[in-house]
Design a protein around this ligand. Sequence first.
Ligand code: GLV
Ligand code: MN
Ligand code: MN
Length: 423
Amino acid sequence: MTNDTACVRIDKGRLWDSLIALGEVGAYHDQDTDLQGVCRLALTDEDVAGRELVMGWMRNAGLTLRRDQIGNVYARREGEDNSLAPVLVGSHIDSVATAGRFDGCLGVLGGLEVVRTLNDNNIFTKRSVEVAIFTEEEGVRFGTDMLGSAVAAGRIQLADARAQVDRNGISVGAELDRHALVGDVKVPIHPPYAYLECHIEQGPILAEGRMQVGVVRGVQAITWLELTITGRAAHAGATPQRLRKNAGLAAAMINVHLNDMVESGDYGQMLATVGRQDNYPNLINIVPANVLITVDLRNHDGEAMQRSIDDLHAYLAEVEKVTGVKITSRTTAQTPPVDFPEQMRDLVEKQATHLGLTCDHITSGAGHDAGEIAALSPAGMIFVPGLYDGISHNPREYSTPEACADGINVLLQAVIELANTTD
Ligand code: GLV
Ligand code: MN
Ligand code: MN
């Protein structure tokens, strides 16, 4: 038994090797970057293969695995007092279609590395420590992000989550059943004592400030809309302007208007992205008949977010009038801004400082499972910097072995403290 747990450190090489090995599951050659990327869309065979690999490592570390009704995995290292709620750590290992190796994986494999380190050093904790793998955090396959953790926390009902479908009409429920991923842990889950997630920052702030660790204040609001624009196909050469109902033009107007809204500064720190655009019939000499676009809105301020949504809808009515198209709007994801409690931010800052790491307080631009679990328990996050402006959702995503180890050493020390707190 190690007495001075403050001196214990994780195994940087083992953490790195795990990240690299998991990155081979779902690997593909990315034409845009000419790099190896990762494609492990939620509940695909690749995602399940990734889960199997990580779950094997979890079993080898002596953890007991359970799943809940939406397929989230909880891998438990027993504490000395089973009547105490566990400390939960984790994240996700599903990815966007053009991912790197770190998004989400650092939180899950970092949680595993914490447990491996506790094992290596014969450190016993009063509370159990559980490592979670949450289902469909990315939302790119089934259309709504943080799906698994939102069901675990009770924001999204299980039946609604199971009914979500991908672009081919395949449902979450069908995929959970096909892969036999439904477990016996009922949702919403029992609140853990606390939840901590280490994640790459996915932005430039830490690297620009030469900071080693980010103490995460909270997560900004997210709204996702799917706009279906119905115009009328027509011959590109023979149809005069007055007879056109150009769905492609309407999509372009909306995209430009969103950019104008962002640049106006009238909506606080608003960001807007039209990430997907499906055109029909998508041919050079035909006026587009139908266009589907997605709108991803982010904002630190919930009130400004709502105002931007209302104003966008008013603009859609204007576009209908000007172009003659019909537009229907469906909200596919909506989360308010989340502030993590002070005691969790203080804990992360204290442990980073004890480790001699420089740190800054930042608000997350990306959505995270921690934002959902925050509804159940005190939650917090640790960010580590990335290279190349912190690019993420891209094969160029990269955090150094040192940066990853810094974040997970903070996680280790924070977990030891939380898991030995009994009040
Ligand atoms: C999740 O990665 C998000 O879109 O923020
Ligand atoms: Mn993530
Ligand atoms: Mn992501």
